[in-house]
Design a protein around this ligand. Structure first.
Ligand SMILES: Nc1ncnc2c1ncn2[C@@H]1O[C@H](COP(=O)(O)OP(=O)(O)OP(=O)(O)O)[C@@H](O)[C@H]1O
Length: 729
C-alpha cells in the first residue's frame, strides 16, 4: 500500500477546480490510497530536475505531481496536464542536512538568474559570504549544490532578491550571516525552523546552548492524521563526542514527518476527507507554531508573545486540542469577549473531529468563570453594579481626588496587589501612578475605597473585578492548606490556555492561577503587550506565574507594507506587561508583500462617509465578499453613521475595541481625526496625573494599531480635517 502525504497546496489547488474535475480527482486519490484497480500510476516526467518526481493522472486532462521514494508519495499539486509537466520540470526537492526537513527549490528560476549573477559578480571583487568557508556553510545546512551560485552573491540586496527562490531553511541562516551574525548565531536562527525539539541535538562548536527551557519532548500524533514531526526520527551519530543529530538525506518519509508545514500523511479515506475539507490552519502548522502547540509536557507555565498575526490564537487552539487529546482532565480556553468565545468555539469544532475530545474543552472568559464560581458558592447569581451607579458612589466618597482617580487607585493599586489592610496599602508601591500620595492622603483614599465597598455590600452588588477576587478566594479555600493531602482537590480545570492575555488584570490572573493545579502543562498563555487596549500592565511573575517565555516574529496575516506602517503607528517603542521589563517590536516581519495602506484626507465628515461608501462599493465590485470586509471607528456614533451609510451591504462595522482578535481581508478605519483619536474623554488630564495620561495615550495608540492590523490584504484609513497625531507621516 502506498504511504501518501499531501502538501498544503494540494487541497488549495483542488478546491479551485470545476466540481466534476474535483470529484474525479478525489476519487482517483482515494483509489490510489487503497491501491485498487483503476488507481492512477506514477508516470515519469521527461526533463524533470529530480528523478523522483512523477505525475498521477487524477482527472481528464488533470494531473497530480508527486515526489516518490519507494512506497512514499508526496502529492504536491494538481494542475492541467501541461502545467503539471512544467511544474515537475521547474522544482527540485531536497532534505536539509541539519534539520532533516524537506526543501523545495525553484531550480528553473535559479538557473535563469545565474548568468546575471555571474555577470554582476564579474564587475565586483567583494563577496557576501567570503568570510565563511564551505565547512561553516555545511554546518548551517547549506546545500552543496547551491554553493557555486552562493559564492557569486555580492551583497545583501542580491540575497534578498533570491529569497522567493530558496527554501526558508536555506535563506534564514544566510540572511543571518549577511546581517553580521556569527555561524553560531545563524545556527540559532535556523534552529527556530524546527518543528520539534530534536533529541540529542547540540549546536556547532562555539555556539551558546540553544535548547529551550521547555521540554525536549517530541510531538504526540493528532487524532485523525499522522502529524508531521510526531514521529521525527533524528538519530544520534554513534561518535565519541556529544550526540550530533544525523539526518539521512535519502529518507523522504522521515523528512516529511519533520515538516508539518509542508506535508501531512493520510492513512485512509476519512483522513483524506478531513484534510481536504478543513481550512489549511487546521492541518498545516508552521514549525515554530507546531513546536509550541504540540511540544511538552512543559513543567512550567509557558508564555508565547508575538506581534499581530503571528498565529498566537492558532497556537492556543492547537494547544487546547493537543491537551484535550491527552485526556488528563478538563481544558479551559480563555479569551476576551463573548464574540471571540463563539469564534474560537467554532474553530475548535473545525479542528477537532472527535466529539469526546472536543467536549473536554470549554471556551470562556474570566468574567464568566468568576460569575459561575461565585454563583455556585452562594447559591444564586451575583448582582453587578452598573458604571453610572459606581461613578455616583465614588463621587459620594470623594476625598480630594476625583472619581476617576479613586477608581484607578482601587483597581490598579489596591485590587491589583490584593491589599487587604491600610497598613499594607501604606507600604505598597504604586507603579504607574505619578501623583505622590502622603500617608494622610493614602488614609483618605483608603477611607473612600472602604466607603464604596461598604455601600456596594449594603446593596448586594459587586464589580467584575471584585467578583474575580472573590472567586479566586473561594477556589483558594477549596484547594488551600486546610485540606488534607488525601482530600481530592477542587481546581475546576486540569489545563488552562489563555488567548489575548495582555488585557487581563492581576486579580483575573490570580483567579486563573487558582483554577488549575500546579502541575506540568497547567498554564499556556499567548498575548501581545503591543495590542493592549485596557489599562492593565502586569508581569506574570508578580501574580505567581513563573512562565518561560517564547517569542514569535513572523506575521502570517499582514503583508510587509501594513506591518511596517503599523509598527510606525504603534511607535515601534517598547511595551511593558506580561513579562518583566519591556517587549520590542524589533525583528517582527511578514512573509509576503501587498499594497501600501491607503490614507485618505477629506474636508468634512460627510465627504469622509461618502468616500467610505465609494471604496466599499468598489471592493464589493472587485469580488470581495461582505463578510471579508471590516469597518471600524473610535466612537459608537461614527460606527452608527458608517452602518447607516453602508446599510444592506452586509459589511460589518464596529468600534476599534470590537476589532480585537478579528481578521478581515480588507479593513477600513474611519474617523482617524485629531479630536477623535485619541478620544479626549478617555485621557486623564495631564494636570491630574501625567503618568496616567501617558499610559492612556499608549493605550489609545494600541487600540488604533489593533484595528489596523486586522487586514490581511488591504488597509484603508481616513480622516476629515486634521489627521490624528498617531498617523505616521
Ligand atoms: N499555520 C497556518 N496556516 C494557515 N494560516 C495561518 C497559519 N498561521 C497563521 N496563519 C494566518 O495568520 C492569521 C493570524 O493568525 P492568528 O489570528 O492566530 O494570529 P494572532 O497572533 O493571534 O493575531 P492577533 O494577535 O493579531 O490577533 C490566521 O488567521 C491565518 O490567516
Amino acid at each position: 500500500m502506498p504511504r501518501l502525504a499531501l502538501s498544503p497546496e494540494f487541497p488549495a489547488e483542488l478546491s479551485a477546480l470545476a466540481p466534476q474535475v474535483r470529484r474525479d480527482a478525489v476519487t482517483s486519490v482515494r483509489r490510489f490510497l487503497q491501491n485498487v484497480s483503476g488507481a492512477p500510476h506514477p508516470e515519469r516526467v521527461r526533463g524533470a530536475r529530480d528523478d523522483r518526481i512523477a505525475t498521477l493522472r487524477l482527472a481528464d486532462r488533470y494531473r497530480g505531481v508527486v515526489v516518490r521514494q519507494r512506497d512514499v508519495y508526496w502529492l504536491l499539486t494538481v494542475l492541467p496536464d501541461a502545467d503539471a509537466w512544467s511544474y515537475a520540470q521547474r522544482y527540485r526537492f531536497g532534505v536539509n542536512s541539519v534539520l532533516g526537513v524537506v526543501e523545495v527549490w525553484d531550480a528553473a528560476a535559479l538557473g535563469r538568474v545565474e548568468p546575471a549573477l555571474r555577470r554582476a559578480a564579474g564587475t565586483c571583487t567583494t563577496r557576501l559570504f567570503a568570510d565563511f568557508c564551505d565547512t561553516d556553510l555545511a554546518a548551517l545546512g547549506i546545500d552543496h549544490r547551491f554553493l557555486p551560485l552562493l559564492r557569486q552573491i555580492t551583497d545583501e540586496l542580491t540575497l534578498e532578491a533570491l529569497e522567493p527562490l530558496l527554501p526558508p531553511t536555506q535563506y534564514v541562516p544566510l540572511a543571518a550571516l549577511a546581517r553580521g551574525e556569527s555561524v553560531a548565531g545563524a545556527w540559532r536562527e535556523l534552529d527556530l525552523c524546527r518543528a520539534a525539539e530534536p533529541v540529542g541535538s547540540v549546536p556547532p562548536a562555539g555556539s551558546e546552548p540553544v535548547r529551550s527551557a521547555l521540554s525536549a519532548g517530541l510531538a504526540t500524533p493528532a487524532a485523525s492524521v499522522t502529524s508531521a514531526a510526531s514521529a521525527a526520527s533524528i538519530t544520534s551519530m554513534p561518535s565519541a563526542g556529544p550526540a550530533e543529530p544525523v539526518v539521512d538525506p535519502d529518507d523522504l518519509a522521515a523528512a516529511l514527518l519533520r515538516s508539518p508545514d509542508r506535508a501531512v500523511f493520510v492513512g485512509g479515506a476519512r483522513e483524506l476527507n478531513h484534510v481536504l475539507d478543513s481550512p489549511g490552519w487546521c492541518v498545516f502548522l508552521h514549525p515554530p507554531q507546531h513546536r509550541l502547540a504540540r511540544g511538552g509536557p512543559y513543567d512550567r507555565p509557558v508564555l508565547v508573545t508575538g506581534g499581530a498575526g503571528t498565529g498566537k490564537t492558532l497556537i492556543a487552539l492547537h494547544r487546547a486540542a493537543h491537551l484535550a487529546r491527552g485526556g488528563a482532565g478538563p481544558v479551559l480556553l480563555v479569551t476576551f469577549s463573548q464574540g471571540l468565545i463563539s469564534d474560537l468555539s467554532a474553530k475548535l469544532d473545525l479542528l477537532i473531529e472527535d466529539e469526546v475530545v472536543r467536549k473536554r474543552i470549554e471556551v470562556g472568559n474570566v468574567d464568566r468563570l468568576a460569575h459561575r464560581i461565585v454563583s455556585e458558592a452562594e447559591g444564586r447569581p451575583p448582582v453587578l453594579v452598573g458604571a453610572a451607579e459606581l461613578t455616583a458612589l465614588w463621587q459620594e466618597a470623594e476625598s480630594g481626588h476625583g472619581p476617576a482617580f479613586l477608581l484607578r487607585e482601587w483597581e490598579q493599586v489596591i485590587l491589583a496587589q490584593n491589599l487587604q489592610t491600610l497598613e499594607e496599602y501604606l507600604a505598597a508601591p504604586r507603579p504607574g501612578r505619578a501623583v505622590e500620595l502622603s500617608a494622610d492622603q493614602r488614609a483618605d483614599v483608603w477611607r473612600s475605597v472602604g466607603h464604596v465597598i461598604g455601600r456596594l455590600a449594603e446593596r448586594g452588588k459587586r464589580t467584575l473585578l471584585q467578583l474575580a477576587a472573590e472567586a479566586a478566594t473561594l477556589l483558594g479555600q477549596f484547594t488551600g492548606d486546610l485540606l488534607e493531602e488525601t482530600e481530592p482537590r477542587r481546581e475546576p480545570y486540569r489545563h488552562i490556555v489563555v488567548d489575548e492575555a495582555q488585557d487581563l488584570h492581576p486579580t483575573q490572573w490570580r483567579l486563573l492561577r487558582a483554577a488549575a493545579p500546579y502541575a506540568p502543562d497547567d498554564l499556556f498563555i499567548v498575548g501581545d503587550p503591543h495590542q493592549r487596549i485596557f489599562d492593565t500592565r502586569v508581569a506574570l511573575g508578580s501574580v505567581g506565574i513563573d512562565a518561560s517565555q517564547r517569542r514569535l516574529q513572523v506575521s502570517y496575516r499582514l503583508p510587509q507594507e501594513i506591518l511596517s506602517w503599523g509598527v510606525r503607528l504603534r511607535g515601534g517603542g517598547p511595551a511593558d506587561g506580561l513579562v518583566a521589563g519591556v517587549q520590542e517590536l524589533y525583528g517582527f516581519r511578514a512573509t509576503r508583500h501587498g499594497p501600501r495602506p491607503m490614507v485618505r484626507a477629506y474636508d468634512s465628515p460627510e465627504d469622509e462617509l461618502n468616500g467610505l461608501v465609494t471604496h466599499i462599493s468598489q471592493w464589493l465590485e472587485d469580488g470581495v465578499r461582505p463578510g471579508e470586509i471590516g469597518v471600524a471607528a473610535r466612537t459608537a456614533d461614527l460606527v452608527r453613521e458608517a452602518r447607516a451609510a453602508l446599510r444592506n451591504s452586509g459589511v460589518r462595522a464596529t468600534t476599534l475595541h470590537g476589532m480585537k482578535g478579528l481578521e478581515f481581508r480588507r479593513v477600513a478605519v474611519i474617523g482617524v481625526t485629531d479630536g477623535i483619536v485619541p478620544a479626549p474623554e478617555s485621557l486623564t488630564p495631564a494636570g491630574e496625573d501625567p503618568a496616567a495620561r501617558a499610559h492612556d495615550l499608549q493605550r489609545e495608540r494600541g487600540l488604533l494599531y489593533v484595528a489596523c492590523t486586522r487586514a490581511h490584504e488591504l488597509l484603508y484609513v481616513s480622516y476629515s480635517g486634521r489627521a490624528s497625531p498617531f498617523l505616521p507621516t
